[in-house]
Design a protein around this ligand. Structure first.
Ligand code: SF4
Ligand code: SF4
Length: 415
């Protein structure tokens, strides 16, 4: 029997802002003629109740599928007597394809599965990258997963383990891409499936892959290991296209929008409307390339910078990743394998040295970056920076022994 739509004056206010509201989406599902309409009405009722009392009413529990220790987030309601239809509202996390490429046919099939077994509510994608199938009962979790698995999908990560990764769309469609992000993600995840499905780490560990410093994967501030595309040689410049851009914008605007916004003042506009790039000062921030897409491109010697320890707010506040490898080529199969081995070592070091509920960035703050680098067998380099464009961990005035070692390494590499 169809239930009455609950009165929801508080959450209705969330629909009044300029952005699309999830409340509108929930109401759409609640007023549909689908089997889950009553579930969504009780969900809206419970949400309104939470806003009235300023309290959350979801508690965890144990729900899973055969053979996995992660991937299902149990949600049991503490107010099930008042809102019985949404007393179980579990989430299944499903690993997305690398680069998040789907056909419309596949998307329809995914929706069909969730209309059959869940609430119809799907989030593409959660912050860890997973497709979030939200709202199902304990009985429906296994058959829903079986059908998704039959289509070739696997459960994603949850709990204290390696989490599902994100890679930007990158090499498949984006001209700024400096490496094959999807391949790096796929190889990394495939080598750590056990750590995803049977979490046994002190806390979560996330990898994210972005093809350039635009960082469409939010890697730098959300990943324990962020892999960000960059280049080593000179930026590619098409001076004829620069002239076109200057004539479109006018010299004054070009200077305001491009030259003056270079964070390291590495650009100059010449009298003949060409530009000069001081590549040694360029920090590969992507700004000028974003503005002059036809005229400027990353260089040809491409690879990745690797940063560790980024995370959003938890115990010690937000942390941005710290550069531990300024440049790693990512071209050959061996390069990719080398990266995967580094990722594996970072996870192993984290497993052995982090405290319960401590993220990589917090562990590094506690034990010191030098100890972390030593644990991973990485050599200290002045390009490792604590804060972008401002300071180096390594003193360059001869005080630091590491500088002598770095100078010796640079000299022998040059010979
Ligand atoms: Fe393109 Fe860079 Fe964004 Fe990846 S991070 S999609 S390469 S702009
Ligand atoms: Fe300057 Fe960034 Fe362009 Fe490099 S990429 S020249 S740092 S604006």
């Amino acid at each position: 029997m169809a239930k009455q739509m609950p009165k929801t004056p508080l959450i209705d206010q969330l629909e009044s802002g300029p952005w699309p509201s999830f409340v509108t989406g929930l109401k759409r599902l609640a007023t549909s003629d689908k089997r889950y309409a009553n579930m969504m009405k009780d969900l809206l009722g419970q949400l309104e109740h939470s806003y009235e009392t300023r309290k959350g009413y979801w508690k965890g529990g144990t729900v899973g599928v055969f053979g996995y220790g992660a991937g299902v987030i149990p949600r049991f309601s503490e107010v099930a007597d008042k809102y019985p239809e949404s007393k179980e509202f579990h989430t299944i996390r499903i690993m997305p394809p690398a680069g998040m490429h789907y056909t419309t046919d596949l998307l329809r099939k995914l929706c069909d599965v969730w209309e059959k077994y869940g609430s119809g509510l799907i989030a593409f994608h959660g912050q860890s990258g997973d497709i979030m199938f939200q709202g199902s009962t304990s009985d429906n979790i296994q058959p829903a997963f079986d059908e998704l698995n039959e289509m070739g999908f696997d459960l994603g990560g949850a709990g204290a383990g390696v989490r599902t990764s994100i890679s930007c769309v990158g090499a498949a469609r984006c001209e700024q891409s400096c490496f094959d992000e999807a391949k790096a993600m796929r190889m990394t995840i495939n080598s750590m499936v056990d750590d995803m499905h049977r979490p046994s780490l002190p806390y979560k560990f996330k990898f994210k892959f972005a093809g350039c410093a635009n960082d469409c994967a939010n890697a730098i501030h959300r990943a324990d290991m962020a892999v960000i595309g960059t280049w080593k040689d000179d930026m590619q410049v098409n001076q004829a296209e620069i002239k076109v851009k200057v004539s479109e914008l006018g010299r004054k605007e070009f200077i305001n929008q491009v030259i003056k916004l270079c964070p390291t003042q590495a650009l100059d506009l010449n009298d003949d409307d060409t530009i000069a790039v001081d590549n040694k000062s360029c920090v590969r921030c992507m700004h000028c390339i974003n503005v002059c897409t036809k005229a400027l491109k990353p260089g040809k010697e491409r690879g990745v910078a690797i940063l560790v320890g980024g995370k959003r707010t938890l115990k010690v506040g937000d942390l941005m990743g710290t550069v531990v490898i300024p440049f790693l080529p990512m071209k050959t199969e061996e390069d990719f394998e080398k990266f995967v081995e580094l990722g594996r070592n970072a996870v192993d070091f984290f497993a052995e040295n982090a405290l319960e509920h401590e993220r990589t960035g917090e562990m590094i703050e506690r034990i010191g970056l030098a100890n972390f680098l030593e644990g991973l067998g990485l050599e200290i380099d002045p390009n490792m920076i604590a804060a972008p464009r401002s300071n180096s961990y390594v003193r360059m005035d001869g005080w630091d022994e590491e500088v002598k070692k770095w100078n010796a390494r640079s000299k022998s590499a040059a010979e």
